[in-house]
Design a protein around this ligand. Structure first.
Ligand SMILES: [Cu+2]
Length: 250
């Protein structure tokens, strides 16, 4: 008889514990505050006939010209398979909570090679180090022209490296070389890590997002900005495509 009662007591305690755990689960922090399992991916496309790429005249500096066997073409509007648009920055413009994000410790490299900026468009986080490398046998003078950050310019002899940061968000800072007028690039600065660059097929992927409703923007240096709103739940990936159209006079 005593044994039976003891067994009953143990079973009762076990049931109570399970019930208790369920309560803790229900009352825990909301998933949105901790989980970063949502994603937004898609393709940016160019509709219409893309403007013709024009050859760049590097005659002003024979060291630049000598590095290319064929004329280098302008990189303003680059389209790939099925009209996919390259070098578009897709980013979260609104919807993140007011948290601050530490910049990654890894620097982002902007190379000067063949008297061109590589990559042509760069995206970094505010206060993340940007390394500007000169891989050319000629001198460059890197000169970002920001609207919301401090303007600077640095002379770079062959083989040299400069390191700088941009503390404020800006989409995007034009970058030029004071020596070679055809050299032009862009650096976009974000206060959070939720940005992506489209590849040669126009594809992008924004991952590790907390669930929520976001304003997503796509920025292109010549074609401007388009906006979409998307809601993603935990562990969900939504597909959002953007379309740019050829603009009159371009
Ligand atoms: Cu230069």
């Amino acid at each position: 008889m005593k044994k039976k009662r003891l067994l009953l007591l143990i079973v009762l305690i076990l049931i109570l514990r399970i019930f208790d755990q369920q309560l803790v689960k229900a009352g825990g922090p909301p998933a949105s505050a901790t989980e970063k399992s949502a994603a937004v991916k898609g393709v940016v496309k160019f509709e219409g006939v893309p403007p013709k790429a024009t050859p760049i005249n590097m005659a002003a500096d024979p060291t630049c010209m000598k590095q290319h066997s064929t004329p280098v073409l302008s990189q303003d509007v680059l389209t790939g398979a099925n009209g996919g648009l390259r070098n578009v920055i897709v980013f979260v413009a609104d919807g993140l909570s007011q948290q601050t994000f530490e910049p990654p410790s890894q620097p982002v490299v902007l190379n000067q090679k063949g008297c061109m900026y590589q990559p042509h468009v760069l995206a970094i986080q505010a206060n993340q180090k940007m390394e500007v490398v000169n891989d050319d046998p000629t001198s460059h003078n890197i000169h970002p022209v920001p609207a919301n950050n401090r303007e600077w310019n640095k002379s770079e002899p062959p083989g040299s490296k400069a390191e700088e940061t941009f503390p404020r968000e800006e989409i995007a800072i034009p970058v030029k070389c004071n020596i070679h007028p055809w050299m032009r690039g862009y650096v976009a600065v974000f206060k959070h890590p939720y940005f992506a660059m489209t590849d040669k097929d126009g594809s992008f992927n924004l991952s590790s997002l907390p669930p929520g409703t976001y304003t997503i923007k796509a920025w292109h240096e010549k074609l401007g900005t388009t906006t979409q709103t998307v809601t993603v739940a935990a562990n969900e990936t939504k597909t959002v495509d953007f379309v740019f159209k050829s603009q009159p006079g371009r």
